[in-house]
Every structure is written in structure tokens, then in C-alpha cells.
Write a protein that binds this ligand. Structure first.
Ligand code: COA
Length: 333
């Protein structure tokens, strides 16, 4: 069920995150603004989901707009020229265009002349999937530096008449540069998984070559309650598996950076792992669910707030449409 990411550390080099960046649209859409669009209210959204506002891209802003800015900041933080990047991975469900892919558009803009370019369609788990590929490429010696971006312009794929889904999502991007480090530091283990049996729970209808005439456009459809249950179950299982594979216990975790979908999902996962609030990073109130963007944006803010120091055990844990899921365990280097 899971693709295992544990390697014999003595035989391989490690991969660490050398720099991160984020980029968010200026425009804020508050819960009070949403009250004018659908039959909802600030109290319900705050209590049931934990969001106060989210960012919305302007008409002339795209996934590439925020990816490029986040990537440039991540490269600066890593002190690495773009020409050294071997691979660009862009996790998104809202590419500028299917082709050229968004990674290609980023490559041109930042001048990553020797980089391979790949978009990953894995919804909210995309950054974990991308990071797993980055680590594997570096640990195997095939590549030295990989740029992983998680980005979404959810505002373009929402049904603004559906109060069950349109209140949840926002726009934004986060990026991370992965570079080699000593074996045993940086990424320790990862898990990625999925189950197509649950594909109908969360869907971007009319987004590919299958036509759904019963829907009048291309937008997200969701069975919220069922998604909620699967999110808690899979995030919990994934977290326990990466910890077990690394020979660590939940109490060893310095900071959990969970996918930011619903504060009640985050609380339920933290409770099962017996992690106190100070060991859980939450910024959902500011941005909502930016799907592939939540974890790199949160990681960036955790570093800005000095919540991470060298040697800390960092657990990243995500869940998304597909269904897909994944977790990464790092010793911060
Ligand atoms: N404002 C006000 N009321 C709302 C509402 C909104 N935006 N959305 C739903 N409601 C109402 C429902 O109509 C229902 O009313 P009723 O009892 O009169 O029928 C009531 O609130 C409860 O609805 P329910 O769907 O059971 O609420 P919930 O507690 O499950 O919360 C979600 C709904 C969508 C917030 C929650 O299920 C969720 O977060 N699921 C996970 C979704 C997710 O994270 N997706 C992305 C995964 S990566």
C-alpha cells in the first residue's frame, strides 16, 4: 500500500532542504466577504474549519507567477544559482497550461538552463511526492540540486455556488531547494500512497478528457464528511509509518507540519500522535487550503518564526484527492 522511502544510510548520501520561499497573492478574501457570495457565516467557518481569510490571485496572476517568486526566494536562501538546478518539480492541479508545463515556464523565468522539468498532479499530497522524488534523485547520486514547488490557484477551479467547498480553499505557492548532505541528516524516511477506490470523494470535474455533462463547468466537487474521515485516518497511519521506519516515536517529533485543510483534521491527527499544540504548525487561519502549497508555505513560515533549529525532527504529513497521501520525516540540517 505504501511506497517505502527508507534507504541504507551508510551506503548513500543524504538530502536536505537548503532554502525555502513562498509567494501569496495580495488580495484577501475574508469570511465576511464570503457571506456576500454564499449562504455562510464567519462563525461557522471559524469553528468548523479554522479559516478566517484566504488569498485570491488577480486576473493576470497564474501558478507560474507565484512559483517563480517562491523559487527565486528559495534559491537565494540556499545561496545557489539557478544554473545549478538539475530538476524542477512543480506540484499543482492548476498549471498555467497542460503544456508547456509550469515547471518549464519556471525554468525559463529563473534561468535554470540545465534543469529537467516535470509537473506533478497529485493534489494536496503533491509537495510530499515531489520531495520524495527529489530526495531519491539526490541520495542515488543521479542529481545534486532539485527545486520542488507546491502551488495552486484554487480560486479558478472552485464552484462559487457551493458553500461546502468554496469556503475551504485559497491561492499561493511555496518552494524548497533540496541539496546533498551527510547521510543520516536531512530526509530520514518518506511514505507515499494512494487509493483510487476513493476517487469520487474529491474531484476536479471536466478537467481532463472525460466529460461530465451533469456539471456546468470545471470545478471541485467533494463529499466533505467522508473526505474528513479518510484524511484523519491516512495522515495518522502515514505519520506512524515514517516514524516506525526511522526507529523514532511520536514524542521525538520537534514539529509537525501538517497539510492545512481543516483545523479539526489537524487537531485530530495531533491528538492521536499525542503532540502538544506547540509542536504543531498551523497557519490555516490566514490562507485556507492552498492544496500543494500548504506544506512549503507552512515550512517557510515556521523557519521565519524560528520554530525550527538544526537537529530538530520535522514531520510533514499530507492527504489529498485521488485519494493520495504522504509523509516525510527530516532531521533538520
Ligand atoms: N456555512 C454554513 N453552513 C454550512 C456550510 C457553510 N459553508 N457548509 C455546510 N454547512 C451546513 C450543512 O448544510 C449542514 O447543515 P444541515 O445540518 O442543516 O444539513 C451542516 O452545516 C453540517 O454540514 P456537514 O457537511 O456535516 O459539516 P462538516 O462538519 O462535515 O463540515 C466540511 C463540512 C467540508 C468543512 C468538512 O467536512 C471538511 O472539512 N471536510 C474535509 C474537506 C477537505 O479538507 N477537503 C480537502 C482535502 S485535501
Amino acid at each position: 500500500m505504501f511506497a517505502k522511502g527508507t534507504v541504507a544510510m551508510s551506503e548513500r548520501r543524504g538530502a536536505k532542504i537548503a532554502g525555502v520561499g513562498k509567494a501569496l497573492p495580495e488580495k484577501r478574501l475574508t469570511n465576511f466577504d464570503l457571506e456576500k457570495i454564499v449562504n455562510t457565516n464567519d462563525e461557522w467557518i471559524t469553528q468548523r474549519v479554522g479559516i478566517k481569510e484566504r488569498r485570491i490571485a488577480a486576473e493576470d496572476e497564474y501558478s507560474s507567477t507565484f512559483s517563480i517568486k517562491a523559487a527565486q526566494d528559495a534559491l537565494k536562501a540556499a545561496n545557489l544559482p539557478a544554473s545549478e538546478i538539475d530538476l524542477i518539480l512543480v506540484a499543482t492541479s492548476t498549471p498555467d497550461t497542460i503544456f508547456p508545463n509550469t515547471a518549464c515556464i519556471v525554468q525559463r523565468a529563473i534561468g535554470a538552463t540545465k534543469a529537467g522539468v516535470l509537473d506533478i498532479y497529485c493534489a494536496c499530497s503533491g509537495f510530499i511526492y515531489g520531495s520524495s522524488i527529489a530526495w531519491s534523485m539526490i541520495a542515488s547520486g543521479a542529481m545534486n540540486h532539485v527545486l520542488v514547488i507546491g502551488v495552486e490557484i484554487n480560486s479558478r477551479i472552485l464552484n462559487w455556488k457551493d458553500r461546502g467547498s468554496c469556503i475551504l480553499f485559497g491561492d499561493g505557492a511555496g518552494a524548497a531547494v533540496f541539496s546533498p548532505c551527510a547521510a543520516g541528516d536531512g530526509l530520514l524516511t518518506f511514505k507515499i500512497g494512494g487509493d483510487g477506490n476513493y476517487g469520487d470523494l474529491l474531484k476536479l470535474v471536466n478537467s481532463g478528457c472525460v466529460k461530465h455533462p451533469e456539471y456546468d463547468g470545471t470545478y471541485i466537487t467533494m463529499q466533505g464528511n467522508e473526505v474528513f474521515k479518510q484524511a484523519v485516518r491516512t495522515m495518522n497511519e502515514c505519520a506512524l509509518q515514517v516514524l516506525e521506519d526511522a526507529g523514532l516515536a511520536p514524542s521525538d517529533v520537534s514539529l509537525l507540519i501538517p497539510h492545512q485543510a481543516n483545523i479539526r483534521i489537524i487537531d485530530a491527527v495531533a491528538k492521536r500522535l499525542e503532540l502538544p499544540p506547540e509542536k504543531v504548525f498551523v497557519n490555516i487561519e490566514k490562507y485556507g487550503n492552498t492544496t500543494a502549497g500548504t506544506i512549503p508555505i507552512a515550512l517557510c513560515e515556521a523557519l521565519e518564526e524560528n520554530r525550527i533549529k538544526k537537529g530538530d525532527i520535522i514531520l510533514m504529513d499530507a492527504f489529498g484527492a485521488g485519494l493520495t497521501w504522504g509523509a516525510l520525516l527530516m532531521r533538520w540540517a
